[in-house]
Ligand binder design. Sequence first.
Ligand code: F6P
Length: 338
Amino acid sequence: MASDKPRKAGIITSGGDAPGMNAAIRAITRVALRHEMAVVGFYRGYTGIVNEDYVDLDRKSVANIVQRGGTILRSARCKEFMTPEGRDKAAENLRKLGVDVLFVIGGDGSLRGAAALRDHWDGQLIGLPGTIDNDLAGTDYTIGYFTALDTALHAIDKVRDTADAFERIFLVEVMGRMAGFIALGVGIGCGAEEVLLPERPVDLRELIGRIQDSRAMGKTSCLIVVAEGVVHRGVRSLDDRITIHDSTMLAKEIQKETGLDSRAVILGHIQRGGNPAALDRILASSLGAYAVEVALEGATGVMVGVKSQARCTVPLEETWTKHSSLDEYLLKIQRLLA
Ligand code: F6P
């Protein structure tokens, strides 16, 4: 595209959908149109590029979506695009359509896809952090994270009621892949007695010791937030004979040892749905607009993000090669508060 300003933008939402993706689509579209770019939205992430499945977007087509969860462009994880042949096909289609800049809204898999496309296509590639997991380096927050926290918290507040009524132990499994951002945020927000994170080793015997201590101190119920990454990695059973990969089994193991009624709740995909929270709408809108601005300045191969309240860009590769760490202070205070 040499040094000319981009004249046509493409947008995809890819991978796990996240509340706020629509607000980002709207912001990109409206700001790009202001700068006299044409805009197309491809359906189902990279699949839409490979299969030439797209829609022209104008101001009206993105009206009334800032508040809607999901994504009007749909989302998917495209197997074909994971092959060099698939990416060649995508590149060919982007050239055919005259797309100069592609905006990729998604998590690390989607941004890896964008980086891989650079070997096949010389248009501009700009990523936007769209995932509830908040696990991308180069940004303090990802689009969808705040809503996922709220959704999980509303559900857990209800679990707390029944846990209190029955004086039970409840394990609540939250999403986040191999990162504990959702679990830690939710654990602080709901006042969980325990938060099990993939970033920290889990020793079942120690955990049970703490549960028993808190009973001895007069606590009658116990909420344990479990990051899904913990069960994916597995927790050694008390007799050290098996690795437990299931929150329900983990609850049974705790019940067997403590004699206390224990249950597991897996929150699952409800964490991905719902109207975006205020902060996700604002983050998505500002990053959408900013993504277009940096594209106009010629940026490519970067993700836009926000660090200490300032918008920034970060090379795509850094979003998954660099480590994004949990808030040490929250880690420190979690048990003090419980
Ligand atoms: O990355 C977002 C996410 O919701 C993760 O938290 C979760 O592990 C994964 O996607 C679930 O993916 P799927 O919808 O394919 O089951």
